[in-house]
Design a protein around this ligand. Sequence first.
Ligand code: PEP
Length: 302
Amino acid sequence: MSSNEENDTNPAEEATTAAPSSESTEAAPATPEDTVPAAGKAGRRPLIAGNWKLNAGGADGCDLAIAIARSAADREEVEVVVAPPFTAIAAVANELYNKKSDVGVAGQNVYFEESGAFTGEISPSMLRTAGANWVILGHSERRQLFGETDELVAKKLVAANAGGLKCIVCVGETLDQREAGQTLDVIRTQVSAVLPELARSVGDSVIAYEPVWAIGTGKVASPEDAQEVHAAIRQLLADADAELADQTRVLYGGSVKANNAEGLLSQPDIDGALVGGASLEAEGFGKIIDIAAKLVRQGKNS
Ligand code: PEP
């Protein structure tokens, strides 16, 4: 049953009338992922998320979301999320609601304050009000182009969770860092910054390992190289808390496409993908969703 059948309230509309106050940590209206059964080992249902970046911010975003919803229908083994630009979030969330789709909606960024003199920023409750239930944090483009630090990402994670958003926290090394043999040190530092909040809210957030050199370049990490880093991330989580390691989904991101998704998604510690460029085209994105669903049906992680 979709959340729409269970809940006759449009998440965006309900959030508009009952937006969480700045102090509120109350759960926001039920969202698709609240009601869909978990699948796979330790309930790690694969998550395929599309980061639209600075694209599809108007009516084109609604068209894309509708096409993706069509591809995601009857693929309940897989959780699907799209991250439009802020300008399209409310319209996309409404379209998905009207189509009775379980596809979730993410912001691409959020600020850690609820309100005030922060020109150009947007708060967790504003995202919820618009109909988003997820947010991407610490994407390498935000770290590199907008100076986001590990500390800032950690503050945003705390605020976003408190505001009822699930988070996709991005980590990843640059090419220089990889060539200098620093990959695992970089990942350790980035994950350690958010570990206390991840451990406080086990399973609410996911980590996306996105090697910076693979983002938007067409250079994808080999499944083996990606698995090595994913296993290291899982171990960092396990060192903090075994349940955290079991419950936290770790996505791979960086030039994932329909023709390379299977090798990556087959890896034991890769629980889904954060997809940039290929998420702007519904057919190719749909094929990635299909591959993830097929792997679950074939018993991956069971
Ligand atoms: C991303 O933006 O997170 C990303 C992985 O982009 P791409 O798939 O285009 O490399």
